[in-house]
Design a protein around this ligand. Structure first.
Ligand SMILES: Cc1ncc(COP(=O)(O)O)c(C=O)c1O
Length: 420
């Protein structure tokens, strides 16, 4: 246990520790250092409420990655030429079972940006064709499609999904208003980054299939967070991360491509797999599974990652986290004088939720929360509105949200950064 941390008393899930923040005038914070938090590398003196941005990796998984890295450095040639393919096949089998698809239908990528850029560079749309999306997408993805749109003359249609969301039917009705005879592709996030809302992508994929429209699903936040069954969702393309809610080391994601599309997908980076001297039956795998020398140890941890989730009953932990997210949402809305952005239900909110906040300076507010109150929580802007998004994982507890609540109360009372 770190400096300045003294055991205080017990709470529902275990031990609460009283943490004195030496640099703040704010006094005592009650930070719960659960046995679960001890299993992560997270700084125990900070309140970490931002799993959503880049995840957090348990020590045992991180150590597994380091053991792969050590093995590689002990004989890089032997590891890369003789061992890597075997470990990769095991990792792919494990992930394929977890997301329910054929291991030959996906490749690992460092992140969803690489996955979506790979698709984007292979598309053969005509000028005037349309890509239908929402106004809740992730900035890097919007930029990827704007880039494509500028180069190709394809129209990127950001259909507005209004807030507060009332129902699934409302989202679907608003979304389909963007459909035209020129719509060739649907690109949509299953869980949005800034609004943290869950979108009804199953219904969208089903209807798109009937209409003959190609679906590209951005599931960056999905694996390990809400159920994912690729076979039943049946999209044309899907990308998800392992390093967010599956707790893998950073730089582990995947790109699923339906069999019919695999011959269309060109390598984003051309390497030995193109015009391979030893081609497999799948150019898709040949092109994408070797793109130059790299450290792929994060991918190889997948079996350890899944074992960790199963051993620790992660489904139950995730359900408890979702409960905490929902329970606290009205409290933060009341404090910030904000309207909830969706019904309080796991149909719309998972392990993270976004509360509208009125602030004159989002960056200053975020920095203040971090520097003075030692809270890692994002304040983000989308469609000219500002949101505070809190994420909950098994290493968090009610006391973390209480710390955030008290900090916001203090900021409201002592500064003019937040308008209520
Ligand atoms: C909705 C969404 N899509 C994609 C990404 C992936 O971004 P990157 O490729 O930068 O890791 C994120 C990351 O937070 C996200 O929230």
């Amino acid at each position: 246990m770190g400096h300045g941390v003294a055991k205080c008393h017990d709470e529902i899930h275990g031990t609460i520790d009283k943490v004195q923040n030496p640099s703040a005038t704010f006094g005592f914070f009650y930070a719960k250092v659960t046995p679960m938090k001890d299993q992560f590398l997270l700084n125990p003196t900070y309140t970490f409420l931002n799993h959503g941005s880049f995840g957090a990796c348990p020590k045992v998984i991180f150590e597994k990655q380091q053991s792969f890295q050590r093995e590689m450095e002990s004989d890089p040639v032997y590891f890369i030429q003789k061992q890597f393919a075997k470990h990769l096949a095991t990792a792919k089998e494990a992930l394929a079972a977890f997301i329910n698809c054929d291991p030959d239908d996906f490749v690992f990528t460092p992140n969803p940006t690489v996955a979506v850029n790979t698709i984007m560079r292979s598309l053969k749309l005509k000028e005037g064709d349309e890509i239908l999306t929402t106004n809740h997408e992730y900035g890097a993805m919007d930029r990827t499609w704007h880039f494509y749109s500028k180069k190709s003359g394809v129209k990127y249609v950001r259909q507005s999904i209004s807030l507060p969301v009332i129902s699934k039917e409302q989202i679907l009705a608003e979304f389909w208003q963007g459909l035209t005879p020129k719509t060739k592709i649907i690109f949509i996030n299953q869980i949005a980054s800034i609004t943290a809302l869950i979108f009804p992508v199953k219904e969208i994929c089903d209807k798109a299939r009937e209409l003959g429209i190609t679906t590209i699903i951005d599931g960056a936040h999905v694996p390990g967070h809400i159920d994912l069954d690729i076979a039943s969702l049946n999209p044309d393309f899907y990308t998800g991360t392992l390093h967010k809610w599956m707790l893998a080391p950073k730089g582990s994601s995947f790109l699923y491509v339906k069999k019919e599309w695999q011959n269309e997908i060109e390598p984003l980076v051309v390497s030995w797999g193109y015009e391979s001297l030893t081609p497999s039956e799948s150019p898709f795998l040949d092109y994408h599974e070797y793109q130059g020398t790299n450290d792929h140890s994060a991918y190889l941890c997948t079996p350890t990652v899944i074992e960790f989730l199963q051993k620790n009953n992660w489904k139950e932990k995730s359900a408890a986290a979702k409960e905490l997210v929902l329970k606290n949402y009205p409290r933060f809305c009341a404090l910030l004088n904000s309207t909830p952005i969706a019904p309080l239900s796991t149909a719309f909110m998972g392990q993270m939720a976004s509360v509208p906040i009125q602030t004159s300076n989002p960056q200053e507010l975020k920095d203040l929360l971090y520097d003075k109150y030692k809270i890692q929580v994002p304040i983000m802007i989308l469609n000219e509105k500002v949101y505070l998004r809190y994420s909950i994982n098994a290493y968090n507890s009610q006391s973390d949200l209480d710390i955030l609540y008290k900090a916001l109360e203090d900021i409201i009372a002592t500064t003019d950064l937040i308008q209520v």
